[in-house]
Ligand binder design. Structure first.
Ligand code: ATP
Ligand code: MG
Length: 417
């Protein structure tokens, strides 16, 4: 075990936290020290501080029982407990937009490959050994017996210096294949390399088909972190690395061939879509549309049927291109936007759908139903027909202003007499 004394004053400048978080940290240290509990920072903040990167969130770990400290912490600071997990962790809201994770030093036992572990409170050593990579297994003590001390049990410091992502043991991905996706994120984010053990751990996982056993929910959570936790410019690298390690194949998915133009569409989609829709789009961005892929990504049977029906319409029936422009627009308008974005990734549809997304869907006649009524058009079907005709002519560029629309309507009315 390697220990290095590092005064807290040296760590502090890297902690980019609201003032309330510092006051909170101060109190927790005081209370833990009084109880004789070892309190420490682990994982991300320690790694990032050592790399001289800003630390934006803290994992505070206690070798002891948080329940004994929590009532006083909550009362003293007037804080609310947001969440308590079955893994002995607590989430506290410290300030607007800032939460803290309180973690209990614990050990994990994996009853079956790729299933969630059974956890029980334990000491800091076992808490270190349950972690994913050596660079994430460094801890920094905030109370005795290792106050203001970096503790390295797994040569994490050496790997940090060499820039290597190394699992703690070769069965690491057997226990939890999500770690391989995490490894890709750290490799790309930090521009590190994989140690040889990564490949050995992947082979071990294959022996028990661990990636195949990973639940859809946990798989999609990991994939969504590529998009929402990492920077968008890094996405091509993340996917390249995922492909190189065949991670999606291992889970049973077939990764689509992704072109540079697709990333531009993704950027547009992120602006246009709600979070829920963006998530669905991103999952479909990664794969070919097939029953197996959709199932593996956790789409319900109802959603799968709908998606495949639409897909067949666009790729088997070959009738879309025979439609007039306004009818095309109307077909696309009836589909959820995330699906339309997905369709635009296909070469056959890219050009038309981008035009639809950027332009056509916003083209509407300026004349309204009320205008038509006041011009003497009878209520009912005719109004709809005229509005559609106006839209068609606007889309095709034949009409360009409200005046032109009005005179067109007048001719129509005149003709019908
Ligand atoms: P980030 O900057 O992405 O938040 P992090 O290291 O803080 O990096 P978290 O996902 O916040 O990562 O997890 C906190 C710590 O918990 C990790 O550093 C790691 O030690 C441990 N950890 C998280 N997920 C796993 C996992 N699946 N298996 C083992 N350890 C994990
Ligand atoms: Mg973190």
């Amino acid at each position: 075990m390697k220990t290095i004394y590092i005064p807290f004053e040296e760590v502090k400048p890297f902690l980019v936290l609201p003032p309330k978080a510092f006051a909170f940290l101060h109190l927790v240290r005081f209370l833990a020290r009084n109880k004789g509990y070892f309190l420490y920072l682990a994982g991300g903040p320690v790694r990032d501080f050592l790399l001289k990167r800003p630390v934006k969130d803290l994992d505070l770990v206690l070798e002891g029982d948080w329940k004994e400290l929590l009532p006083e912490i909550l009362k003293e600071k007037g804080l609310t407990l947001l969440f308590q997990s079955p893994f002995l962790t607590y989430k506290l809201k410290i300030d607007e937009g800032f939460t803290l994770d309180l973690v209990t030093a614990r050990k994990e036992i994996y009853p079956e490959p790729a299933h969630l572990p059974k956890v029980s409170p334990s000491d800091f050593k076992e808490d270190i050994f349950r972690r994913d990579f050596t660079i994430n297994a460094l801890i920094y003590g905030l109370t005795p017996p290792y106050e203001e001390t970096l503790v390295d049990l797994v040569s994490g410091l050496a790997d940090l210096k060499k820039g290597l992502i190394r699992p703690l043991h070769l069965k690491s991905f057997v226990d939890d294949p999500t770690r391989a996706f995490r490894g890709v994120r750290y490799k790309v984010r930090l521009r590190f390399d994989f140690a040889e053990e990564i490949y050995l751990a992947l082979s071990e996982a294959d022996k028990v088909s661990s990636f195949k056993k990973l639940s859809a929910q946990r798989l999609i959570n990991e994939l969504l972190l590529f998009l929402f936790k990492e920077s968008l410019e890094d996405l091509p690298l993340l996917l390249e690395e995922t492909k190189r390690l065949k991670l999606l194949n291992r889970t049973g998915l077939v990764l689509r061939k992704i072109s540079p133009k697709d990333f531009e569409i993704l950027e547009l989609a992120l602006i246009e879509l709600s979070r829920k829709e963006a998530e669905k789009f991103f999952l479909l961005f990664l794969v070919e549309i097939s029953e197996e892929n959709l199932k593996r990504l956790g789409f319900s049977e109802k959603e799968r049927l709908r998606l495949l029906k639409w897909w067949n319409y666009f790729f088997k029936e070959d009738s879309f291109f025979k439609l007039g422009i306004i009818e095309k627009v109307e077909v696309l308008e009836k589909l959820p936007l995330y699906f339309v974005f997905r369709l635009s990734l296909e070469e056959t549809y890219r050009e038309f759908i981008l035009k639809f997304l950027k332009e056509l869907r916003f083209v509407k006649p300026e004349v309204t139903g009320y205008d038509l009524l006041s011009m003497g058009v009878k209520e009912g079907e005719t109004i709809g027909k005229i509005l559609k005709e106006l839209r068609r002519r606007r889309i095709e560029g034949e009409l360009r202003s409200k005046e032109e629309e009005l005179s067109f309507v007048k001719t129509l009315i005149f003709q019908s007499f």
